[in-house]
Design a protein around this ligand. Structure first.
Ligand SMILES: Nc1ncnc2c1ncn2[C@@H]1O[C@H](COP(=O)(O)OP(=O)(O)OP(=O)(O)O)[C@@H](O)[C@H]1O
Length: 540
């Protein structure tokens, strides 16, 4: 194992044997890393008496699962296969899949929030039902509850400050008899807008009281993400709204913090793409953070054109929906699925591209055969091309170009990503499966695509890349050599006033992700008061 504790507190985390340990500390101080080392230490310690013991590492978002998993091998070594790293929702889904029949949900199909907006069929389960259903299953079947309680000797929860009531209930179920390590940072609590779901900053204090002072470990402030301390000092100054502090002036002087303003909205995508290309050319991994998914999609297309491989964290739902739509087209060709299923899958894809509670009008037009005649004509042409395709390979090509052929708005990047995944799945099925006819071939591809879209919905990104694009709220648990923070005129930052506690925590998370450099791009002229002082710094 390559991990070596950097201070006595990290060492205490690794060595803890308490039933409940709470680990606190600011961004980048090593909470996640030392907890992984604690998982390794636990498994080594019990190896003789409990050779099959396992550790569960629960995290919040798909993005942080991906980051933890990418680091885990190095720290866990041969113990890697005994550690399950997943989100609360992917854990719940694995239970629902295995035992859902006990509560009338055998063969459960998990659908995206976008599909949920268009209405659920009987056998479908929405994302928000996963944890409650898991609890119902455990209630109905004590043997399942017992299985979940005994499976993991140690449970670690990352980002504990953002857990809500549902996660808490799930934890109580699975960790009743296990050791528990909770990792948290009250300053990174950015989901308080989910107060209805029980997310509240005080949860950390309660955990500390339960653990007691001797089992509450506060890691020293030194950030190992940027050992020079320059970027952590910027993040802290911004959290404290000390925009005229030495720390910020020094970082600007050293070009570790670059603030560019006056970028017109019409140049946003090209400007961001240029900055990303320049940083990537310096061999830096880059993460771009913005409030706007429309910008992410446009940027994704622009980077594609520049040949820069990238991952769009904000498009995971759209990617899953695009995969579904394209496989539905393949099933239609072989007669294993109807045209209505294809239309519905396209509607779900269109809904996934849209924020808000409702599906967009075009989604209903696709499903109902209403709307502009050009749209209906294009759908008919697509149907014909799919029916007449001479081979499965040709069907996959038709599906790959359907986004353009139909003239769909937005998310062409996700459609393209799905097409690439699908052609890989096709090649694999053609090479390895025992599928002898088109039906079997399509079934094999669909099974694999379904797994991939479940992974996109509940777990890590499929192919983490050096350049990552995401929404401001997906930044937690991420890190990159350079971060590009795009702030746009009119960005909504809540209704609070000075000192903007919630937005300041969000900005702290966003500004603490970089290892080397932060570039802030200010698009437009007038900014929300919470971020306006940054524009003043650019002018200086
Ligand atoms: N003991 C150590 N030795 C080497 N590198 C370390 C050590 N501790 C932490 N790091 C490195 O510092 C960086 C931040 O660590 P980590 O992600 O564990 O911090 P964190 O407290 O979980 O951060 P955040 O709350 O911001 O997600 C990582 O790149 C990690 O590899």
């Amino acid at each position: 194992m390559t991990f070596a504790p950097q201070n006595p507190e990290q060492q205490r985390v690794v060595a803890t044997q308490a039933e409940l340990t709470v680990v606190l500390g600011g961004a980048g101080v090593g909470k996640t890393t030392s907890a992984l080392a604690a998982a390794h230490a636990h498994l080594e310690r019990v190896a003789e008496s409990e050779p099959h013991d396992r550790v569960l590492f629960l995290s919040f978002s798909r993005s942080s699962v991906a980051r933890i998993a990418s680091r885990a091998n190095e720290i866990l070594g041969r113990r890697g296969s005994q550690v399950d790293i997943m989100t609360f929702h992917s854990l719940a889904f694995s239970v629902v899949r295995r035992f859902g029949n006990l509560v009338g949900h055998g063969d459960a199909v998990l659908v995206s929030p976008a599909r949920e907006k268009l209405g659920l069929a009987q056998h479908e389960i929405g994302y928000s039902r996963l944890i409650p259903l898991t609890l119902e299953i455990a209630q109905a079947a004590p043997a399942v509850a017992e299985h979940l309680r005994t499976r993991w000797g140690l449970v670690i929860v990352d980002e504990f400050q953002d857990t809500g009531d549902a996660q808490q209930d799930l934890l109580q179920l699975i960790a009743r008899d296990s050791r528990l390590i909770l990792l948290g940072d009250p300053n990174q609590c950015i989901y308080t807008f989910l107060a209805e779901d029980g997310v509240r900053v005080e949860r950390i204090d309660e955990a500390c009281s339960a653990a007691g002072a001797e089992n509450t470990i506060l890691l020293p402030e030194t950030s190992f993400r940027d050992p020079s301390g320059i970027i952590p000092a910027v993040a802290n100054a911004i959290r404290g709204r000390l925009f005229d502090s030495e720390a910020i002036a020094a970082a600007i002087q050293d070009e570790r913090l670059v603030i560019q303003d006056g970028i017109p909205l019409s140049d946003e995508t090209s400007h961001v793409a240029r900055v990303v290309s320049e940083l990537a050319a310096e061999d830096m991994g880059v993460a771009v953070f913005t409030h706007h998914n429309d910008m992410l999609a446009a940027l994704s297309d622009a980077l594609e054109a520049d040949g820069i491989e990238h991952e769009v964290a904000g498009l995971s739902d759209a990617l899953a929906a695009a995969l579904d739509a394209q496989t539905a087209m393949a099933r239609f060709h072989t007669g294993d699925g109807t045209w209505e299923i294809v239309l519905e899958a396209i509607a779900v894809f269109l809904t996934s591209a849209q924020r808000g509670q409702k599906a967009p009008p075009i989604a209903y037009q696709v499903m109902n055969g209403s709307g502009p005649t050009t749209l209906q004509a294009r759908l008919s042409a697509l149907r014909e091309r799919l029916s007449e395709a001479g081979s499965i390979r040709e069907v996959i090509e038709v599906a790959a170009t359907a986004h353009d052929a139909l003239g769909l708005p937005q998310k062409s990047g996700a459609w393209q990503q799905a097409a690439t995944l699908l052609s890989v799945m096709y090649a694999r099925a053609a090479r390895t499966s025992s599928a002898r006819d088109d039906h079997q071939m399509v079934a094999a591809i669909c099974a694999e695509a379904r797994e991939a879209s479940y992974a996109a919905l509940t777990d890590s990104a499929l192919s983490p890349r050096e350049v990552q694009l995401m929404n401001l709220y997906q930044t937690k648990g991420r890190e990159a050599d350079a971060t590009v923070v795009v702030l746009r005129e009119g960005d909504f930052m809540g209704y609070e006033s000075e000192p903007f506690p919630t937005t300041s925590r969000l900005l702290y998370v966003v500004f603490s992700r970089a290892r080397h450099k932060i570039v802030v791009l200010l698009v437009g002229n007038r900014f929300h008061a919470a971020v306006a002082p940054l524009a003043a710094l650019a002018a200086n």
